[in-house]
Unconditional design. Sequence first.
Length: 257
Amino acid sequence: MQKAKIIVANWKSAPATSAEAQAILNATDEYLGGLAERAKFSLVFCPPFIFLEDVAKILRLSHLEHQAELGAQDIALEDSPAQTGEITGPMLAKLGVRYVIVGHSERRWGLGESDKIVNGKLRLALRHELVPIVCIGERDRGIAWEDEIADQVRATFDGLSEGEISRCIIAYEPVWAISTNNGAQPDTPENALESIKLIREVLGADAARFLYGGSVTELNAAGFLAVSELDGVIVGGASVRKEEFLKILADASHIAQ
Ligand code: PGA
């Protein structure tokens, strides 16, 4: 039997309202409540900061309680209260956040977050006992893709011990496969495995868990979830389209049986 898969829902900057956020969770709750036995996968919901508190409440009061945990999409680089616009590790911990995405390509390439900043956020997340979901991925699959991944991995995990790396979840997310980028195409499970093998080699650590992310939808999720070397998937756009998201969960339920 496969080990329980993790499905991370990275809602990014959606949905627009709390009511829509609740509708996604209610639909998920209803789906899980209707299963003959408890589904053997775990969920991590990473909503925008403004919905964290609402989502935390719903997770506590529904079938999601033992199945889903709360994640944030970012963490401030310092704990200081003097960082206008930032949300710090202590604030996240107080809200019951357990996971935090760091190094997402939309922040690296869209907002200029350097490897050094990502490394700092990763260290801070670990210090606050949060599980970092560390995004790694090349911008294109041209001849230099291996160098790009290797450099990014070395700089992102710089100075971390093997024990610290083992507490991370690494999300392999090739930038060219992220659905919001023009002409994005999902990667194949074979390619993803090749990249993950490289990441493992560069880290020299065997323990971290690996997810695939990049245009995961109800059409291809089963293929990635079936790969035993992958611990799950991180779903962006499709995680706020509730019918699609429930289909991905249905695939995960079948695979876990
Ligand atoms: P996508 O995004 O599923 O919309 O491609 C994944 C991500 O950016 O985490």
